[in-house]
Design a protein around this ligand. Structure first.
Ligand code: SF4
Ligand code: SF4
Ligand code: SF4
Length: 221
């Protein structure tokens, strides 16, 4: 290798390192601004870009929710997300046995979305738009095989299958739950009632055997 080639190679290396540093810096800035995991928004707030542009962080949607299904994001969720509403399915307990306070399916208690629309009605900026639980979704339920009891003990649990108000979960031939994405609208009942990991959150994870996750994909019809 002559001197010129060595200089070019060294220059390329420096450009490479500098480029990687800039990318890492940008990645870090993006993580700082938007967090690492997309947030599950209340009904009608699924277009994240439009939602963030319109939400004034007034907290009215959270105050209006009769099921305590909305909480407030913190700076740990990204600086731009701080104080915006996010769904939570951990406060209280769903019960199918009683008439609903508000909403579209029979179910009382707290910690799930019954699509009553009060958050949308109380939003002053239309950050939350009209939402149809028959065709749209807040997010999608995803089975976490490592935590779902039925994956470790055949026939050991079928609670989400029995309780899903929309018939979106069935058992396969191995008695393991399977989500039908065409029927799931992300109501959160399954996550709320899943018994897996309920008492172990202090061990570092608050994931359950089924969790509702944000998605920008439309619900398959
Ligand atoms: S639709 Fe009703 S139950 Fe669902 S998040 Fe909004 S206020 Fe809560
Ligand atoms: S009511 Fe609307 S503007 Fe206010 S925090 Fe909720 S989504 Fe944002
Ligand atoms: S699978 Fe879970 S989130 Fe989806 S509709 Fe059924 S209970 Fe609701």
């Amino acid at each position: 290798m002559d001197k010129t080639e060595a200089q070019i190679t060294r220059r390329n290396l420096l450009y490479g390192v500098a480029g990687a540093a800039v990318l890492l810096g940008l990645g870090g800035a993006t993580k700082y601004a938007f967090g690492t995991t997309p947030l599950l928004r209340p009904p009608g707030g699924q277009d994240e870009e439009r939602f963030l542009a319109a939400c004034i962080k007034c907290d009215r949607c959270r105050s209006a929710c009769p099921y305590d299904a909305i909480s407030v994001a913190s700076v740990n969720d990204g600086l731009l997300n701080a104080r915006t509403p996010r769904m939570t399915f951990r406060i209280g307990r769903y019960s199918a046995s009683k008439k609903p306070t508000e909403g579209v399916f029979a179910g009382e208690g707290k910690g799930f979305c019954n699509f009553c629309g009060l958050c949308i009605k109380n939003c002053p900026t239309e950050a939350l738009r009209p939402f149809d639980p028959e065709t749209e979704r807040i997010g999608r339920a995803v089975i976490e095989e490592g935590l779902c009891i039925a994956f470790h003990n055949e026939g050991g649990c079928r609670k989400c299958v029995d309780e899903c108000p929309f018939g979106a979960i069935t058992l396969n031939a191995q008695s393991r739950p399977v989500i039908d994405e065409a029927l799931c609208n992300g109501c959160g009942v399954c996550e709320n009632i899943c018994p897996s990991n309920t008492y172990r959150s202090y061990q570092g994870s608050n994931r359950r055997g089924v969790n509702v996750e944000a998605t920008d994909e439309r619900r398959p019809q």
